[in-house]
Design a protein around this ligand. Structure first.
Ligand code: AMP
Length: 215
């Protein structure tokens, strides 16, 4: 049971994955969260990734493939996982295919989240992320129940992401657009791709996502 949630920054895949992992009892593997944790902890990986992330560029494929390869070996992935933010390029998708073949874990579905660019910019510019558990909120449209406090883990550590600054956001969206078509085509060719309209209320999008996963 391996699902890939594919979509531009701000498309809500991470937020959906948080609920989905509770329902399916398989972990969400967010490469963005993993890199941010590495930067926070000051590891070698974090040092390698920091410059790329700060500029809104992709971290080199080799680094990302190594990171996911190690993570997939952990015991909580025995029944599968939800990949959030990986793969983002065709070489990553090819490397993943090899890893999963070795582990005998086929991909069940790749769900591509479709959101208008204008909406993405508005979501990212107001986004606040819990630095403790990675949950996302929005200054206007998805405020936490208690001001400044995460609904999920209760920490008072809600922050704006460095790479959600307008000048970086533009580059992240362009970078994503450059790679998207090829990654989608790669999975369409394998009969694994489903696209969903990811605009609207959380529950609406969640039910479209569940529908697409069952197709
Ligand atoms: P995200 O939280 O998924 O928006 O990722 C934040 C940043 O982490 C991206 O802008 C990239 O710099 C980096 N990143 C995350 N996942 C990948 C990936 N699969 N390949 C390359 N870079 C990545």
């Amino acid at each position: 049971m391996v699902y890939i949630l594919f979509g531009p920054p701000g498309s809500g895949k991470g937020t959906q994955a948080k609920t989905l992992q509770e329902e399916l009892k398989i972990p969400q593997l967010s490469t963005g969260d993993m890199l941010r944790e590495a930067i926070e902890a000051g590891t070698e990986l974090g040092m390698k990734a920091k410059g790329f992330m700060g500029a809104g560029d992709l971290v080199p494929n080799k680094v990302m493939v190594g990171l996911i390869e190690e993570r997939l070996k952990e015991s909580d992935c025995a029944n599968g996982c939800l990949l959030d933010g990986f793969p983002r390029t065709v070489p990553q998708a090819e490397a993943l295919e090899t890893m999963l073949a070795v582990a005998d874990k086929p991909i069940s579905k790749v769900v591509s989240f479709q959101v208008d660019e204008e909406e993405l910019v508005s979501r990212l510019s107001g986004r606040m992320v819990c630095a403790s558990c990675g949950a996302s909120f929005h200054e206007q449209t998805r405020q936490p129940r208690e001001a400044g406090k995460c609904d999920y883990c209760g920490s008072s550590n809600l922050k704006k992401r460095e790479d959600d600054k307008p000048e970086v956001v533009q580059n992240r969206l362009q970078t994503f657009a450059k790679e998207t078509t090829q990654v989608e085509e790669f999975y369409r060719g394998k009969g694994l791709l489903a696209q969903i309209n990811a605009m609207g209320e959380f529950n609406e999008v969640y039910s479209r996502l569940r529908g697409a996963m069952r197709q």
